[in-house]
Design a protein around this ligand. Structure first.
Ligand code: FAD
Ligand code: MLT
Ligand code: ZN
Length: 427
């Protein structure tokens, strides 16, 4: 599947042997998985577009175990694919060949929560939705939310620098993550798990790992700032000709409702909005959000999905959708545009019955060139992973690419961490 669609050659890593499996068994007894069913699920991505052939999945519980595993793999020149909830959109979460899958599924403990400041420190394998429930019960919310919340891990969110549905309100993980614990490729544990809001002691190393997609280190724990849980939440769902979902959150229900109503009256009077509905109760609120959160799932029922995640100036956000509808004609089943309007983030999705090389050729590099021509970014929030790594140059100058390659070589000299991902193959 993978090699047919995306030509790539296996790099000269060692092949995991029986002796390697025995060594892993000594490090994490009973948690070395070779079961073919489990491996089949972990070898393929959520979109079912990239599939590896790994024969071993490791389930450490502690950062010391991760360190021990990586020290061993580094020594033996074994390639490793860090995996969280495997909900990533760019093929970064699954092996390309036989890389060892290092899963954070059992690293799911909350380490501490400060009930006054809202600082949460937890292991990387905590599921986002479970963390949300944990902090909400204590009067706080997670600063990020996404449709994949029931499966994705906080470590995976940080590794992809996920944006999501609260980005406009609470900002990027580059701001809300206070500290990280990361295990480097050679097994060194980098403990930068600070809970401080302010810390200017030298380079802010944690930022390097936010969005590094498992290529620079394995994130084992996260310290994150949770904002207070809003006391009043309103959701408005408006139409004409686009559907727009707006959530407001504040501390006084009447005051918030008054402001929202003023805005809606104005929008209706100006003709910008023709119809809509507002929700304040949990049930309706969730039902409205589900319409938005489940778009990607709905699209996956439409056939093969070509997915693009672009940052564009808001006033040209939808132009590429109409342009592509004309360009592709009946070649595509649907050309769909949705996303995060307030963030200038378009999710451009094109569907067809099955994968088609000619459709891919009609889309790429056209979509990337169009985006670069509008000074946009070829990845707004999903990352580059395996599928978008060769598009990096559309959004970054050669000097930036070179520096990225140098950082990779410094932190992972043997290139064992998530090879074939994020950075284009070196000439
Ligand atoms: P995985 O998919 O397992 O991994 C993703 C990448 O991170 C891989 O490169 C992997 O190697 C690396 N990685 C994982 N864990 C670690 C770790 N501990 N240390 C180092 N590297 C690691 N994204 C958005 O930005 N916004 C959205 O609104 C959004 N909505 C989504 C909705 C749905 C229904 C789905 C399926 C996906 C959505 N995504 C969204 C994609 C998003 O990237 C992921 O959902 C999420 O951030 C990935 O977390 P994960 O635990 O599943 O990571
Ligand atoms: C979303 O916003 O729904 C996600 O990023 C997933 C997707 O792009 O399909
Ligand atoms: Zn999104």
């Amino acid at each position: 599947l993978t090699q047919e669609r995306y030509p790539v050659k296996r790099l000269p890593f060692s092949t995991p042997s029986e002796a390697d499996l025995a060594a892993f068994e000594r490090i994490i007894p009973g948690r070395v998985v070779t079961d073919t069913e489990v491996l089949a699920a972990s070898n393929v991505d959520w979109l079912r577009t990239v599939r590896g052939c790994s024969r071993v999945l490791l389930r450490p519980r502690t950062s010391e175990e991760v360190a021990h595993i990586l020290r061993y793999c580094h020594e033996r020149n074994l390639a490793v694919n860090p995996q969280g909830g495997n909900t990533g959109m760019v093929g970064g979460s699954v092996p390309v060949f036989d890389e060892i899958i290092l899963s954070t599924a059992l690293m799911n403990q909350v380490i501490s929560f400060h009930s006054v400041s809202g600082t949460l420190v937890c292991q990387a394998g905590c599921i986002l939705e479970e963390l949300s429930q944990y902090v909400e019960a204590r009067g706080f919310v997670m600063p990020l939310d996404l449709g994949a919340k029931g499966s994705c891990h906080i470590g995976g969110n940080v590794a992809t620098n996920a944006g999501g549905l609260r980005f406009l309100r609470y900002g990027s993980l580059h701001g809300t993550v206070l500290g990280l614990e990361v295990v480097l490729a050679d097994g060194t544990v980098l403990n930068c798990l600070s809970a401080l809001r302010k810390d200017n002691t030298g380079y802010d190393l944690k930022q390097l790992f936010i969005g590094s997609e498992g290529t620079l280190g394995v994130i084992t724990a996260v310290s994150i700032q949770c904002p207070p849980k809003p006391r009043a939440v309103n959701v408005a769902f408006l139409e004409s000709p686009f559907y727009v979902l707006i959530e407001t959150s504040g501390s006084r229900a009447e005051h918030d409702a008054e402001k929202l109503n003023d805005f809606l009256e104005q929008a209706l009077r100006s003709g910008l909005v023709t119809d809509g509905t507002v929700a304040t109760d949990q049930m309706k609120l969730k039902a409205l959000w589900a319409l938005r959160e489940r778009i990607s799932e709905a699209l996956s029922w439409d056939g093969y999905v070509y997915k693009y995640d672009l940052s564009l100036p808001t006033d040209t956000l939808y132009d590429l959708v109409t342009d592509l509808r004309a360009r592709l004609g009946s070649q595509a089943k649907h050309v769909v545009g949705y996303g995060h309007l307030g963030d200038g983030n378009l999710h451009l999705n094109v569907t067809s019955e099955a994968f088609s090389r000619s459709l891919l050729d009609a889309l790429e590099p056209y979509v990337y060139e169009w985006t670069a021509g509008h000074r946009g970014s070829v990845s707004a929030e999903h990352g580059l992973g395996f599928k978008k790594k060769d598009a990096l140059h559309y959004s970054k100058p050669p000097a930036a690419l070179r520096l990225m390659q140098q950082l990779k070589a410094l932190l992972d000299p043997k290139g064992i961490l998530n090879p074939y991902k994020t950075l284009p193959a070196q000439a």
